[in-house]
Design a protein around this ligand. Sequence first.
Ligand SMILES: [Fe+2]
Length: 287
Amino acid sequence: MLIEWSKDLEIGVTFVDADHKVLINLLNQVDDCIDQNEESTVLGSVLDALVEYTDYHFLREEKMMELSRYPGLKTHCDTHRALSQKVRTVYDQYQESPWKVTAHEIRDFLKSWLVDHIMGADFAYRDTCLDNIEAANQAGDVGFLGADNSFTGWEHLRIMLVDDNPNFRRLIRTILRAVGIRHIQVVDTPQDGLARLADRPADVVLCDWVMDEMNGTEFAHKVHEMQLPTRIVLLTGYSTDVLKERSSELGIADYLEKPIKARNLLETISRVAMSATPVAGDRLNAG
Ligand SMILES: [Fe+2]
């Protein structure tokens, strides 16, 4: 592991520490995907999540500092803008010419800014913000998808993820947990997924399309035969147009292309969950 979370990194504000853990987890995933299966697709997905989550975290942190009337707000915000811009530039460079930016370079750059920023600038606001519970609560309540997304059922949502790539499983689990999803079953084979679904239902299954022995469309067919109320979202490294043609009769709820975009993933899940059966809809909205 590149960076291990320790007490030294703890600010003491619950949502800030939770956000920093997500960022460090994503950073470790940059390191873990080096030289691994589907490196560029995983790295592209991890970088997108890092860019999105960094902006989200900065937004929440700035709101807390503002509400706490932290005198160093302006300087801290300037630092955030510069960091945000740098992370986005690295991501853009990677998207334009993946072969020009190595995962090692990206990892070293991200490690230095993340740890330096937490240990330096973030600790500077600690004394001002730590006891301002109301400011921390208000900032912590800002949702990842923003005010336009009305879905509130994350805590009650039951998700299954079926993917044979351990790095994708880890990334998607990190993204799901970051928005408060607690019921997550993660399996590496469709067979295991089907066996578990019979005992522990899921509202939404995220299923990789290309896997050994049984592909995503065959999996969807079996779920359909089991007459489960589960909604299926297929993930694919290929164009979703091709996939839509091949699976049009299976009632797939939606399709997502890899590299995964964190925002798109969560918006799709919330949309699919909201269009679930009335019973599931009631349960999810009850939270
Ligand atoms: Fe900060």
